[in-house]
Design a protein around this ligand. Structure first.
Ligand code: SAH
Ligand code: SF4
Length: 344
């Protein structure tokens, strides 16, 4: 298996086309033509962690910090509900204090109320205790995205300070399962020090963990991070794109019924990134619905789309992307992971 995956990731030209076409057919056969919307609300860029790749790490003193207030979050959720998005995602840096945990819990109940419990809610709020995960689950969240970032412990350690524990992150993925979430994870592709073998390990990690959803995308540099000094050693952007598409195709072939996101990072790396991801493997897209004035502060990496006023993620533009990939926007549906449902 390892050998086959390695070959797939290294495929270029006709061989890559064939791989991606095969994945596209498997996608059609297993999850169909629908693309589900998750309106993305970037709740806060405050973070206690110091990941070496991320622009909003606590060590970046240049970052201007914000947290949306309740009204702002509810307005965004209302927008998603009125526009029939089906689901939203609340994402933020990692914060674990009691007030914040209460704040999120309250938001979840309020979003349930305003949408008559019709909006599916995904959280992406980092590592928390089982108790917190359970409280948020009870308050209405049903999916959780926690990327392992790099499933190789040795690589993980090169991307994070010693105070961050690989094992703690793995443990959290299990806690999320215990708390009855549909669990998503993912990795960055094209990181410094990352080899093809690491990426193969990532794919096998997803299968071993029997994960329900994956959000993975290319690593993109940020000048105000420690990893920036390795920029010269990275694969070119064109290469990172090829590898990302091959990773998506390989994942769809390995896990035919999971939900796979067409990520913002794909769209930021290449203007057809999100379209190609859908054509090949993805069935979820996350239009950014954070109030515009905060978007430039949720600056994970350079050239992130949707930061300016162009509104790249308007309903119209998302429809255009999905249509160009010969798929259909599934308005009003939660689009739960069929893989997760299959376990029930
Ligand atoms: N704090 C939470 C969620 C917000 S960060 C967490 O870390 O789980 C969301 C994702 O952004 C991370 O999981 C990481 O994979 C991605 N990210 C951060 N910096 C990035 C970069 N330089 N290039 C690409 N993706 C990045
Ligand atoms: Fe914080 Fe997440 Fe960025 Fe790490 S990746 S610094 S946890 S926001």
């Amino acid at each position: 298996m390892q050998e086959i995956l390695l070959q797939q990731l290294k495929a270029r030209g006709d061989e890559a086309l064939e791989l991606r076409q095969r994945a596209s057919i498997v996608k059609q056969e297993n999850v169909g033509n629908n693309v589900y919307l998750r309106g993305l609300i970037e709740l806060s860029n405050k973070c206690k962690k110091n990941c070496y790749y991320c622009g909003i790490r606590v060590g970046n003193k240049e970052a201007h910090r914000y947290t949306l207030n309740k009204e702002e979050v509810l307005q965004s959720a209302q927008f998603a509900y009125e526009n029939n998005f089906g689901s939203i995602v609340l994402q933020a840096g990692e914060c674990v204090n009691d007030d914040y945990i209460d704040f999120v819990e309250d938001l979840l109940w309020e979003i349930g109320r305003l949408s008559d419990n019709k909006l599916g809610i995904t959280l992406s709020l980092g590592e928390q205790s089982l108790q917190t995960y359970m409280r948020w689950r009870k308050a209405g969240a049903k999916r959780y995205l926690l990327r392992i970032e790099a499933s190789s412990e040795e690589l993980y350690k090169k991307l994070h300070p010693n105070s961050h524990s690989y094992q703690a992150r793995i443990d959290c993925l299990h806690l999320l399962k215990d708390a009855d979430y549909q669990v998503g994870t993912g990795v960055m592709i094209g990181l410094p020090f990352q080899t093809y073998e690491h990426l193969v390990e990532d794919l096998l990690f997803f299968t071993k963990l029997d994960i329900d959803m994956v959000g993975m995308g290319p690593y993109l540099e940020h000048t105000q991070t420690p990893l920036y000094k390795y920029s010269e050693e990275l694969h070119s952007k064109a290469e990172r794109y090829e590898i990302s598409l091959n990773m998506l195709a390989s994942l769809r072939l390995l896990m035919p019924k999971i939900n796979i996101a067409s990520t913002t990072a794909m769209g930021s790396l290449h203007n057809k990134g999100r379209e190609d991801a859908i054509r090949i493997a993805a069935n979820v897209i996350m239009p950014n619905i954070t109030p515009i004035k905060y978007r430039e502060d949720y600056f994970l990496y350079e050239n992130k789309i949707c930061i300016d006023k162009s509104n790249e993620d308007s309903k119209q533009n998302i429809e255009k992307i999905v249509k160009a990939a010969a798929a259909v926007v599934a308005y009003g549906l939660h689009g739960d992971s069929l893989h997760f449902k299959g376990k029930a």
